[in-house]
Design a protein around this ligand. Structure first.
Ligand code: HEM
Length: 145
């Protein structure tokens, strides 16, 4: 176990919880509590945005990847490739999540066709799950393994 910065601990805990928050919100939709589903989705997205911005700021201006990677036993090439795949999935997921949110809000408000929602939402949920899991694994490889 190596010393990890405070922001990394808090952000990792948030991303470990994120899939459960998303599942809870989906459960609301399944139980036909649509208003609660929409409000919770917007709150989860806004909260995630705050954490992502905090993370980006801290990694750039406080302490970054090159500081952490020096101390781990994990193969550096593997770790860097894993990190790149994680970043790629994270970016695609975040943009798709925002797109889903805006398109769904608009379609719902204007009572437009909504059949796109569930298939896209399942893909976004899978993306959120994968991004969070990979993020937690990176924390594990950097500070625990
Ligand atoms: C403002 C944005 C959103 C609105 C207006 C909205 C609205 C709705 C509505 C009306 C339903 C029930 C109708 C249907 O199943 O097609 C629904 C279901 C669902 N929503 Fe959303 N939603 C929003 C955001 C999201 C997001 C961001 C996700 C995932 C990350 C999501 C995941 C789901 C899922 C998986 C279902 C299907 C639940 C089931 O199996 O019945 N929603 N949503």
């Amino acid at each position: 176990m190596r010393e990890s910065p405070f922001f990394m601990d808090v952000i990792t805990i948030y991303f470990a919880l994120l899939p459960f928050l998303v599942f809870l919100s989906i459960k609301l939709a399944i139980n036909n509590k649509i208003k609660e589903h929409i409000i919770s989705q917007m709150m989860i997205f806004a909260l995630t945005l705050v954490f992502v911005l905090w993370f980006e700021y801290s990694v750039r201006f406080v302490s970054g990847y090159s500081d952490f990677v020096l101390h781990t036993e994990v193969n550096k090439t593997f770790l860097t490739s894993f990190l790149l795949v994680h970043i790629l999935i994270a970016i695609v997921t975040f943009i798709s999540w925002f797109y889903l949110l805006v398109k769904s809000a608009k379609a719902y408000k204007n009572k437009m066709n909504f059949t796109f929602h569930k298939p896209l939402a399942i893909k976004v949920t899978l993306g959120i799950f994968t991004t969070s899991l990979m993020g937690v694994l990176i924390y594990y490889m950097l500070f625990i393994y």
